[in-house]
Design a protein around this ligand. Structure first.
Ligand SMILES: CC(C)(COP(=O)(O)OP(=O)(O)OC[C@H]1O[C@@H](n2cnc3c(N)ncnc32)[C@H](O)[C@@H]1OP(=O)(O)O)[C@@H](O)C(=O)NCCC(=O)NCCS
Length: 159
């Protein structure tokens, strides 16, 4: 029998709010994205709460030895032109000290299972070209294909 700690993948609970916000804030801090920490913390907590409250949005978390080590955010998007729904994965994050242990793959598998159960016909996500996971070909290795015929556009709406 393996001594590796068991990974538990489950729905987020309200009691996870602080641990999940800390995980996200630590990652954003590593990337140098954090401004006023109190404002950022409150904004992250509100976004987590909205995902918990609104139908069609799911946060799935991974725990190892009782510690929050990762999460994925799944959004079910009705897509008339596709005549079906697409599942958008806005976030997939594993704590840097816990990477390479299968947690990201386990979170994706659970997101895929739930998307299929909800009748979605595909998963979609963005992966930064500069990220380590893109360089490693992580998503290609777990069954995604890169769409080179589409450009990704955004229009920031904040002042
Ligand atoms: C992308 C990410 C979620 C992957 O999570 P993970 O738990 O490390 O992934 P897994 O352990 O399931 O799989 C990683 C693969 O890379 C390999 N790997 C080797 N060293 C690794 C390391 N230091 N870190 C991550 N993966 C490593 C793993 O062995 C595995 O390959 P294998 O299946 O051939 O063995 C994680 O790296 C992460 O949070 N990155 C920052 C955020 C990000 O880029 N998110 C994706 C865009 S939304």
């Amino acid at each position: 029998m393996s001594d590796a700690p068991e990974i538990v993948v489950r729905d987020v609970r309200s009691s996870d709010l602080t641990a999940l916000a800390d995980l996200i804030l630590a990652f954003r801090s590593e990337r140098g994205e954090i401004g006023d920490t109190a404002v950022e913390t409150e904004s992250v907590r509100q976004a987590i709460s909205r995902c918990q409250e609104l139908p069609g949005h799911e946060l799935i978390v991974a725990e190892r030895s009782g510690e929050m080590v990762g999460y994925v955010a799944l959004h079910l998007i009705p897509f008339p032109m596709l005549a079906a729904s697409e599942a958008y994965l806005s976030d997939l994050l594993v704590r840097s000290s816990s990477r390479g242990a299968g947690i990201g793959t386990a979170l994706l598998a659970e997101a895929e299972r739930r998307a299929r159960r909800s009748g979605c016909v595909r998963l979609m996500l963005n992966n930064r070209l500069a990220s380590e996971s893109y360089a490693r070909g992580f998503f290609g290795a777990v069954g995604f294909r890169e769409r080179r015929s589409f450009a990704n556009f955004i229009k920031p709406l904040e002042d």
